[in-house]
Design a protein around this ligand. Structure first.
Ligand SMILES: Cc1ncc(COP(=O)(O)O)c(C=O)c1O
Length: 405
């Protein structure tokens, strides 16, 4: 491969890493293509198909000729459907003018950060974090600040830790629950503890990533930031999308409710970048939000069974401690007791990266190491796959852990 001229690439690009979760998925795919027996537990997407009524709505949109440019902020029908969703499911009042649509939840975060960050502005992410938050903040010219949510606290940020992380330069807290990668959720009371801190710091805005909202288990009731503390509404971006709840990762639709001046600023940016999200996917999302929601509880039940299976089997693997999360489709087990052991290959397990590499080598199970999410020594498993594969994979992990000495 030829190389680029020196200093050809932007310095901004040098501030970020390629997505490690996509890298694991790619590695698993390559090994499989080369004939290895590999189970990939790295991907963060539901294994279910997009429901038929949503597909039909997309096909109908194509037939109607909805194949032209749309409004930059999103088609009025989708902005209206999103405002209605926020009212119905979250008790939040957003006018359609306060709704912004982009090509996925990730693009919402990216656009909000690009539209608001200046050098020196600090953006707090909570470790273990979804891999993109600090990199998006850095790419947008801000300073990523990482505050830790400890396993002892159920991987939840405490009000004290939040208070300590805030400085006069803090512009954003990026908050996410149910969490990727831990599945941790916050009760209304726990959220109130955090919003009380934010009320004392009027310079701090919150971007709450609620994309796993519909995937909570054991009767857990989801609440979002501006719902728990309505006085934060004017400095909150409530982000959500169709990717996870409606199994629509490939359609690339995310949305948010936000103060109108920020929506306008994000639209200005989007008008000079992607222009708008795909017209057909926007129409499909109108159906996702306005159509039947009956499959959500059915799928949620399946995820809950998988969670129980994985947590139980991993806790039977020697040296692994796996907390039982209340949401999303991930578990984040600790390998604290395995660090310092030696793999069958003779390689020492010094880090969670070594653990993931050796597990893939020895047993063909692809997981993502905790360092990718900013908290070690852990690994993440996505259980958005069949029970048969999960049982097989967890059996292999048990065997691998037993083989360490
Ligand atoms: C916490 C979190 N936020 C946002 C996203 C991105 O969603 P989308 O595919 O809609 O960009 C993901 C996807 O993995 C996620 O886990």
């Amino acid at each position: 491969m030829s190389s680029l001229p020196k200093d050809f690439l932007s310095r901004a690009l040098g501030r970020i890493q390629p997505s490690p979760t996509l890298a694991v998925t790619q590695k698993a795919r390559e090994l499989k293509a080369a004939g290895r027996d590999v189970i990939g537990l790295g991907a963060g997407e539901p294994d279910f198909d997009t429901p038929d009524n949503i597909k039909e709505a997309a096909i109908a949109a194509i037939r109607r000729g909805e194949t032209k440019y749309t409004a930059v902020e999103g088609i009025p029908e989708l902005r209206k459907a999103v405002a209605a969703k926020f009212k119905r499911e979250n008790g939040l009042e957003y006018a359609p003018a306060q709704i912004f649509v982009s090509a996925g939840g990730k693009a919402i975060i990216y656009t909000a950060m690009m539209a608001s960050l200046n050098p020196g502005d600090e953006v707090i992410s909570i470790a273990p974090y979804w891999v993109s938050y600090p990199d998006i903040a850095a790419l947008a010219g801000g300073t990523p600040i990482v505050v830790e949510a400890r396993i002892e606290d159920g991987f939840r940020l405490t009000p004290e830790a939040l208070e300590r992380a805030i400085t006069p330069k803090t512009k954003w807290l990026i908050f996410n629950q149910p969490s990727n990668p831990t599945g941790a959720c916050y009760s209304r009371e726990q959220l109130k503890g955090l919003t009380d801190v934010l009320m004392r710091h009027p310079q701090v805005w919150v971007l709450t990533d609620d994309i796993y909202e519909h995937l909570t288990y054991g009767g857990f009731e989801f609440a979002t930031v501006a719902q728990v503390e309505p006085r934060l509404h004017e400095r909150t971006v409530t982000m959500n999308g169709v990717s996870k709840a409606y199994a629509m990762t490939g359609w690339r639709i995310g949305f948010c409710g936000a103060p109108e001046p920020l929506v306008k600023a994000m639209a200005k940016l989007q008008s000079q970048s992607i222009t708008h999200a795909t017209s057909i996917a926007q129409w499909a999302s109108v159906e996702a939000l306005n159509g039947t929601q009956a499959f959500i509880p059915e799928r949620k039940k399946i995820f809950e069974e998988r969670r129980d299976l994985v947590v139980s089997m991993l806790n039977q693997a020697s040296g692994i401690e796996c907390p039982k999360p209340e949401g999303a489709f991930y578990v984040y087990p600790s390998i604290r007791k395995l660090v310092g052991k030696t793999a069958p290959s003779g390689k020492a397990i010094k880090t969670d990266g070594d653990f993931a590499t050796e597990l893939l080598e020895a047993e063909g199970v692809a997981v993502v190491h905790g360092a990718a999410f900013g908290l070690s020594p852990f690994f993440r498993i996505s259980y958005a796959t069949s029970n048969t594969l999960l049982e097989d994979a967890c059996g292999r992990i048990q065997r691998f852990c037993a083989s360490l000495c």
